[in-house]
Design a protein around this ligand. Structure first.
Ligand code: PEP
Ligand code: MG
Length: 293
């Protein structure tokens, strides 16, 4: 199991022991460069920001996620038309339909930064729903010489078609925050619906299991980079489902590593079986917690 970091900028790699312990960066959210701006950051500015992260991880993997704008991450410079349902609108990779120039410049900058660094630059797109979208993104990234190209699984349709997606790309990274939101039709910021958004929801685990199975069949890595990856007990379930990488905030890494080190693969597989079969998230958590004691 690869244990990786979620970061928002190079600054996150300077704090604490996480960076030294992690096998790399599993999710570099590049939005920070774009937030609160009237105009897009220039190619040069982006190259500098990506290089700062890649240079800090020599010999290690850095997964750069292309701009995830829209919905809970509105970006004024994109000047996207107002939408009645932003969470279901032009967001994530879909912004490339209206502003392909922004995505192209970002991919150019990632390719330029990757070429000069000693790190392994992986690139992935958020909010992909179809194999066609995955193929189009992969073509644009590979045309620029990027060799490890993946997509996030955040839309249930993508999990259902994980096998088709993996025919187009090299890896999948499951964003459980959005996958839960869209699987349960429950706004991820809605406090009253927290029970539906619980990452222990057996139906969410089922979607994750479909992706893991597709990854094993294709011989390609499938990881989790949403909040689910940061829960030590749930990490044993994800390992048992066949997930090969967990990406989380640095503070969560030691706890997850310690719990995984205590468990055999067979124990994790049994945890996964029991959690999938549980009636609800509370039951799933209680069953796995009882076995851990
Ligand atoms: C997710 O949706 O789980 C994810 C990792 O992406 P973000 O939280 O940035 O939407
Ligand atoms: Mg997301």
């Amino acid at each position: 199991m690869a244990l990786l970091l979620n970061i928002g900028s190079a600054r996150d790699l300077r704090a604490g022991a996480g960076p030294a312990e992690a096998e790399g960066v599993g999710l570099f959210r590049t939005e920070f460069l774009f937030l609160g701006r009237r105009d897009a950051p220039s190619f040069e500015e982006q190259v500098a920001a990506y290089t700062a992260v890649l240079a800090a991880m020599p010999g290690r993997r850095v997964v750069l996620r292309t701009l995830d704008a829209g919905s809970d991450k509105p970006l004024p410079f994109l000047r996207l038309p107002a939408e009645a349902n932003p969470a279901l609108g032009v967001r994530g990779v879909r912004t490339g339909r209206l502003r392909p120039d922004v995505l192209d410049t970002q991919l150019d900058a990632i390719a330029a930064a990757a070429g000069e660094s000693g790190a392994e630059a992986w690139v992935m797109a958020p909010m992909v729903g179809t194999a066609r979208e995955a193929a189009a993104f992969a073509r644009r990234a590979r045309d620029r010489g990027l060799r490890r190209v993946g997509v996030m699984v955040e839309v249930p349709a993508a999990a259902l078609h994980a096998r088709r997606l993996l025919a187009e790309v090299d890896f999948l990274s499951i964003g459980t925050n959005d996958l839960g939101q869209y699987a349960f039709a429950a706004d991820r910021q809605h406090g009253e619906l927290a029970d539906l958004l619980d990452p222990w929801q057996p139906a969410l685990l089922h979607l994750i299991a479909m992706c893991a199975r597709a990854g094993q069949e294709a011989g390609k890595p499938v990881g989790v980079c949403g909040e689910a990856a940061a829960d030590p007990l749930l990490a044993t379930v994800l390992a048992g489902l066949g997930i090969g990488g967990l990406s989380m905030a640095a503070a969560s890494l030691p706890g997850v590593r310690a719990e995984l080190a205590r468990r055999t693969l067979a124990e994790c597989q049994e945890n996964a079986r029991l959690a999938l079969a549980a009636e609800g998230p509370g039951e799933a958590r209680a069953i796995v917690a009882a076995r851990a004691r």
